[in-house]
Ligand binder design. Sequence first.
Ligand SMILES: [Zn+2]
Length: 476
Amino acid sequence: MNQSSSNDKVLILYGNFVDTPKLNQLRVRTETLVLVVNGKIVFIDDSISNKQKMIADMKQLHAKADVQVIDNSNSFKENGKVKFFFPGFIDTHCHAAQYPNIGIFGNTTLLDWLEKYTFPLEKELSTNLEKAEYVYKKVIQKTLQNGTTTISYYATIDKESTRLLAKLCLELGQRAFVGKVCMDMNSPDYYTESHEDCVEDNKELVTSIRTMNQNYGKSKFVEPILTPRFAPMVQGKTMKELGKISKEFQVPIQTHLSETFSEIELVMETFPNSKDYTSVYKDHDLLNERTVLAHCIHLSDDEANMIKKENAGVSHCPVSNSSITSGECRVRWLLEKGIKVSLGTDMSGGYAPSILKTARQGLLVSRHVAMKTSDEVGDRDKLSTNEVLYLATVGGAGVMNLNSIVGTFDLGMSFDAQLIEIGEGTNVDVFDWQLTSSSDDYNLIMEKWQDIVDKWVFLGDDRETTKVWVEGRQVK
Ligand SMILES: [Zn+2]
């Protein structure tokens, strides 16, 4: 360990660290000491014998720096609480400008809902920047409160409104991808743009958002993302230009794919020369390893294989898909093909500003899929709590190509984390016999930890997320 200078920010953390480095693997490290310097994890030890001495030594070594010690020794005996650190959640699909509409989806279909609820609000926030700032701050704060440390946002069609969202993410400390919604065809008269404006605005935003990071002493903390709304609303020549920008400047892309049957019909009417919906994106150079595809419910085998081949990622949005009655994404089928899968709230198609709730709904949707397939494949389609937590963290990091930066607690990674507290006084009652015993039986201890984590996934909400850090900065 190197000594720190006076500008350094040092966090010394002690307690239980839980994460999911592999699909269906819950890693629990108890009585663990973690050192974070300037937002990065530089030391982890889960086998220390003298905690007090280690912490004192670390404080001395970093005496010149700004040091904070957070000791979360298991405190059930004193206050009935179980505490553990968990990686921050990653939401790979969220419409920031639609946040005021969460909980309002009525009894409409996807395409009606866009006309009635979505476009008028987005239009308002594309011109009224004061109102946009108010809404964007709310959505950033609310998702941070819920433990979402990385998020991929759709802003509005307007360049300034998009830039404002990027600036607010930097100010409030949320790692983000921020995209200007592109729609230059089949869009309402009051909310549309020209091909030329769309291409120029995107080029400018790529440069200006990347430069903006430097003003906050950051690099790629907030990234631009190309955001063609969905194929039927973007001209072929515009998609091609966006594909060029993606390639030239290594910019990620986000869009919607295969959400409802009427949408698929509309796509095939609009692009009759493409073989299927996924091919429309492939044919227009928008399918690559940086592409995030929301929904992917009604894909054919060929389409899924194409996504795998291009190494694009999927944002599974089970709350939205259930609310709008879009269908049930076959997540196991995608995972077995080796496709990268993550979770998205899809606000306001989804009503919950919470990836924990999204993970829970993902688990339940997988059980609905399993009820239909169990005669043939048994329980295969069911996702476990560990699997949905993996999608919520490591899966999201994979889809956003941030695997070396966030998703787990490993050396060299950013400290993007949440502190979970369950037990006395929370929504999640824990009874003393459900706790890790002082037994040396490793399997028994892990079984009990699994129960604790399962309880949190099913019963917890933002109230159990008591602290949140992004790149070492405490944001809750
Ligand atoms: Zn969406």
